[in-house]
Design a binder for this molecule. Structure first.
Ligand code: FNR
Length: 355
């Protein structure tokens, strides 16, 4: 019986080729940052308030003017087709079955964005952008996304090149012949392996936000911010939102867990733009901790691959339903009727308890 996201992970591991499992689960270097993402959530206790009449909590939230049914979206993850042949098409279907749960589609999606858009139902679709050395490729992808009804761009800023993922290097991991970047194929783009080092533009600076503005009217979020100082620069550059992320521990090993840096960034942002977080979110109560520490919503990455591997679209729906059930359970037990009831007082660090 699968009752938790951990249960889904174990089922997925049993089904997947070990090298693909390693590609999904692995982080950079010694994977200290990967571990830190999950551990950070275990350093906070929740402080419930009782007798608040909160038996049916309302999980909806509004981000960039759009209603989300729960404060959880799907992080951009390359090649969903490694987990299930329908890839991002199944993800969109499985997500849409739940309602309005945003899906951030990777530049390295395994399915064409137009096919994904056809399945979206009420799901807000965002395009994750890697600004490639040849900007005409990036630009044409953005234009296609706009035409297909995508609602925002998420520029990943923590990847001047791909991190050193030792599991993939040891496995000499290569994409299977039937998996590839479906949206870049035919645009002169080639991925000889999963490592597209040569095609990334390592020379990007903050002016890239202006460039995105010049090619698209969509809101621009930046993903991969880990300090208050960079959050302030991002706002100065005119971004519409920030995603606190260390790329699931896959880029620079040695940076803190995202929840650890969230308060510093929330201070710097001061509510001026939506603030999202990803990395290690695996339980409904993790979502509450992130919101109490300043996030407006979170994204989940690997769990969606697990849902796909276990049961395609249905697996994604089942997995998200567990997260939603856990969230409403935790909200109800904390005495939270709405997410707006969440204050910093909802959490207390484990180390300072009892005071
Ligand atoms: C990612 N991530 C990622 N991020 C991004 O901006 N573009 C991408 O193409 C990918 N691809 C990708 C592939 C795989 C297999 C993983 C596991 C992750 C990072 C992703 O968006 C997110 O930051 C993390 O996955 C969040 O951490 P959790 O939820 O996986 O712990």
């Amino acid at each position: 019986m699968r009752l938790t996201l951990g249960d889904f992970a174990r089922s997925a591991e049993a089904r997947l080729d070990p090298a693909i499992w390693d590609f999904f689960e692995g982080g950079a270097g010694e994977e200290r940052t990967l571990a830190a993402n999950a551990q950070a959530f275990d350093r906070w206790w929740l402080r419930p308030s009782v007798l608040r009449g909160a038996d049916r909590p309302e999980t909806a939230v509004k981000i960039l003017g759009r209603a989300w049914d729960l404060p959880v979206g799907i992080a951009p993850v390359a090649f969903h087709t490694l987990a299930h042949p329908l890839g991002e098409i199944a993800t969109a279907r499985g997500t849409a079955a739940l309602g309005s749960v945003p899906l951030v589609v990777s530049t390295f999606a395994g399915r064409r964005i137009e096919e994904v858009a056809a399945q979206r139902g009420d799901v807000p679709l965002w395009l994750q952008v890697y600004c490639l050395r040849d900007r005409s490729i990036t630009r044409s992808l953005i234009e296609r996304a706009e035409n297909a009804g995508f609602e925002a761009l998420v520029l990943t800023v923590d990847a001047p090149h791909l991190g050193r993922r030792l599991r993939d290097l040891r496995n000499d991991f290569r994409l299977p012949a039937d998996v590839g970047p479906a949206n870049l194929a035919g645009d002169g783009f080639r991925v000889p392996a999963a490592h597209a080092r040569a095609e990334f533009d390592p020379g990007l600076d903050w002016s890239v936000v202006d460039w995105l503005r010049s090619v698209s009217a969509l809101p621009v979020l930046v993903k991969g911010i880990l300090t208050g100082a960079d959050a302030a620069l991002a706002i100065g550059a005119g971004v519409d939102g920030i995603v606190v992320s260390n790329h699931g521990g896959r880029q620079l090993d040695g940076v803190p867990g995202t929840l650890d840096v969230l308060p510093e960034i929330a201070d710097a942002v001061a509510g001026r733009v939506p603030l999202l977080l990803d990395g290690g979110v695996r339980r409904g109560r993790d979502v509450l901790a992130a919101l109490a520490l300043g996030a407006d919503a979170v994204l989940v990455g690997r769990p969606v691959l697990h849902g796909l591997a276990v049961g395609g679209a249905e697996g994604v729906t089942d997995l998200l339903t567990i997260l939603l059930d856990e969230l409403t359970d935790a909200m109800s037990l904390c005495g939270l009727r709405t997410l707006a009831d969440i204050t910093p007082d909802l959490v207390r660090p484990v180390t300072s308890w009892p005071a």
